[in-house]
Design a protein around this ligand. Structure first.
Ligand code: ADP
Length: 400
């Protein structure tokens, strides 16, 4: 066991002229997509992955295999890194606080990150900051949920405050009877440290994403607002800029996200997922503090990708231009279907569309699993969407 009081000396790359070393915790596709800009900028990446065949571990040169929940493993990994950042948000706060006590730059830091880890903490803080949120309350038992439903009207949404992803950990509860059947089971199954959060059901017409990046010096940039289209709780497509969103609403959403990044002290990407109602008002759904699926369009569609800007922020370099390169960019996720041989499927997609951009994550195809995405861009939205859908459908085996 390492002595928790022992400080690890952190070298200063700017003073020494040697490359920055950034440690990324988590070996998923987000870490993989950070790798390309790290190479271009001469930033050395060290990766903490749980297995050598993980998406990013397949390609990163300096990989340490270990668990992000193991304090000693994470401390050892972080020693010698100029800064630590994340592929996912599951590193326990206590571990990150210890890294900070060791003198490691944790970006984003644990005090900010907790708002992306715990939806109950996030709701409390955002409400205090005056950000638009649905009515919400932590409920300890069935009776509290029934009272909340009686006040707000059914249906209501129940959420595990921690550990949910892709719609897992979110339940629509329709009535008192439904609550009686579901709530005890939900409470029994909550992961450690989680509480059950009740939220007003927001009758939204679409979901939007406001993506901003903030550096430790306080510089910040905002990407255009994206519309995010979900199926069964999973993002299947984004359209940027969000069609039909007025300039005023877009600026208001960007300002909301920039304000939250500042108030919460975020370093790197902050994605603010928004639900838009028919009257054009928005409420915050949740926050992510790492590159986000709704920002994958930026790889080909913006002057600086979210992955590059995230890394620049982590090492406090000036941030790059977030403006779009094309009028419209559509991203379609490739959710594992019947095509196991993705590389061969490229033959058709590339032959058909020379401007199509494809990114595979090196993952085994399994039904519903995000194994890659495609980006298409151009001037005619309907055409761009058709190109993106066709390619994604082909790569998923939905058409042949
Ligand atoms: P996850 O962490 O799994 O992504 P979210 O909190 O984003 O969970 O919720 C998943 C989906 O559930 C959202 O994309 C949205 O469609 C729906 N949802 C979440 N909160 C509400 C709400 N208060 N009212 C209506 N739908 C909601």
């Amino acid at each position: 066991m390492t002595d928790p009081q022992e400080k690890i000396e952190q070298p200063d790359p700017l003073a020494s002229g040697r490359p920055f070393v950034v440690g990324i915790i988590g070996g998923g596709q987000l870490a993989r997509m950070m790798y390309a800009p790290s190479i271009a900028m001469g930033i050395t990446v060290r990766l903490l992955a749980t297995a050598p065949d993980e998406s990013a571990a397949q390609i990163v040169h300096d990989v340490v295999i270990g668990a992000h929940t193991d304090l000693d493993a994470v401390r050892e990994f972080a020693a010698g890194c100029d800064a630590i950042t994340f592929d996912h948000e599951h590193v326990p706060t206590a571990i990150l606080e210890q890294l900070e006590a060791d003198g490691v730059a944790v970006r984003p830091g644990p005090a900010a990150l907790v708002h992306a880890q715990d939806k109950a903490v996030m709701r409390e803080r955002l409400s205090a900051l005056g950000a638009p949120c649905p009515a919400h309350r932590v409920v300890d038992d069935l009776e509290a949920m029934i009272n909340f439903g009686a006040e707000q009207g059914w249906p209501v949404i129940g959420k595990s405050s921690r550990g949910g992803y892709d719609g897992k950990g979110v339940w629509k509860i329709d009535s008192v009877e439904h609550a009686a059947e579901l709530v005890p089971k939900i409470i029994d199954g909550l992961p450690e440290g989680a509480v059950l959060l009740a939220e007003e059901f927001v009758d939204f017409t679409r979901e939007l994403s406001a993506l901003v990046v903030r550096s430790p010096s306080g510089q910040a940039v905002a990407y255009p607002i994206s519309e995010s289209i979900q199926r069964d709780g999973v993002c299947v497509e984004t359209i940027t800029p969000a069609p039909g969103l007025s300039a005023d609403s877009a600026v208001a959403a960007q300002q909301l996200a920039l304000g939250l990044a500042h108030e919460l002290g975020v370093v790197g990407v902050l994605a603010v997922e928004l639900m838009e109602r028919a009257d054009g008002t928005v409420v915050v759904n949740e926050l992510a503090m790492r590159p986000h699926n709704t920002g994958h369009w930026t790889i080909d569609g913006a002057h600086t990708s979210q992955f590059e800007n995230h890394l620049r922020a982590v090492v406090d370099l000036p941030l790059g231009d977030p403006t779009p390169r094309a009028k419209w960019t559509v991203m379609s996720n490739v959710l594992g279907g019947t095509v196991a041989d993705l590389p061969s499927a490229l033959l058709h997609s590339f032959a058909r569309d020379r401007r199509l951009r494809v990114e595979f994550y090196g993952k085994q195809v399994r039904p519903g699993r995000k194994v890659g995405h495609v980006n298409a861009f151009g001037d005619d939205l309907e055409l761009v969407r058709r190109r993106a859908h066709h390619a994604a459908d082909y790569l998923m085996g939905r058409i042949s």
